[in-house]
Design a protein around this ligand. Structure first.
Ligand SMILES: [Zn+2]
Length: 293
């Protein structure tokens, strides 16, 4: 069905096939957790933006730009604020490389929302898929080819709470060491892989190690990528590590990985979001529309 980025093609396997059963202890924890989520989600529902489920609406948009530098990136980070709920749910045509793709580490918004991203795909814990799917928590995934192809249905299940599946390059090489042609093969090649399994491959991109250059931003624009996501907080070893302060803030993009500790990390993240009065929103609802082709 057009507009559902998680639907598999008719010839593909359905995610339900072969899905491992949830262990009893995990199910109990998940149920307790869902009760918690329901409490803070209800508190935020009246304040949050209209979700994608309400369809496109009239929009007003403001934006601000800030520039950051670090020892590992040469690109410009841009924060963008928008109240739009419109985001293309259909394939975006490739556009000429006239405008570099922006790098976003957070979204400037007053809405009480944070954005969850999960990278790579090495460890595919069924508890993670069950938690995010059952609680309808949107996650933006950035996957590599070998991990993704090992079980596309697993990632569809993880993203079924309202997220999307996006390119993280094919082989996770450091992009700043590659030629333009090699970067194109890595960035756009992975999006092509996703396009063979998804009706709508994700429009976002994350560079391995968070490292990119101007070539990355230019190349990404040639294959339908509309934003490169960086982050403001990281989930590691069951804890949240903040780049600034000691709490999640509205608009923060949070980085995590498909590792053994992801489930425990997500529990910590969701409690931290609840403590901060924030709910997890689909980042696509807050991103700027791509320019007209
Ligand atoms: Zn990675």
């Amino acid at each position: 069905m057009i507009g559902d980025p998680h639907a598999t093609r008719p010839s593909g396997r359905r995610w339900r096939s072969g899905r491992p059963a949830v262990r009893r202890a995990d199910a109990v924890l998940a149920l307790a957790f869902l009760a918690f989520l329901a409490l803070f989600a209800a508190g935020c529902a009246s304040d949050g933006p209209s979700s994608e489920r309400t369809g496109p609406q009239a929009t007003t948009t403001t934006s601000s730009t800030s520039t950051t530098t670090s020892s590992t990136t040469t690109s410009t980070s841009t924060t963008t604020s928008t109240t739009t709920t419109t985001w293309p749910r259909e394939p975006v045509p490739e556009r000429p490389a006239v405008a570099p793709v922006p790098v976003l580490s957070r979204i400037a918004t007053d809405d009480p929302v944070v954005f969850l991203t999960i990278d790579d795909g090495a460890v595919r814990d069924p508890r993670v898929a069950d938690l995010l799917a059952t609680a309808r928590i949107p996650a933006t995934l950035f996957v590599n080819e070998s991990y993704y192809l090992a079980d596309p249905d697993y990632f569809a299940r993880v993203a079924s709470g309202g997220g999307s599946i996006n390119s993280h390059t094919r082989t996770h090489r450091r992009l700043t060491t590659l030629t333009e042609a090699q970067q194109r093969s890595e960035i756009c090649g992975m999006r092509d892989v996703l396009a063979r399994h998804l009706l709508v491959p994700g429009h976002l991109f994350r560079s391995p190690y968070g490292v990119q250059n101007a070539t990355t931003q230019r190349v990404a624009a040639t294959c339908g990528i509309n934003a490169i996501l960086s982050w403001r907080a990281t989930i590691n070893n069951g804890q949240i590590q903040y780049q600034q302060g000691d709490t999640l803030r509205p608009g923060d993009i949070v980085l995590s990985h498909f590792r053994d500790d992801l489930y425990e990390g997500l529990v910590a993240f969701l409690f931290a979001a609840g403590r901060a009065g924030l709910t997890v929103a689909p980042i696509e609802d807050y991103l700027p529309l791509p320019p007209s082709p």
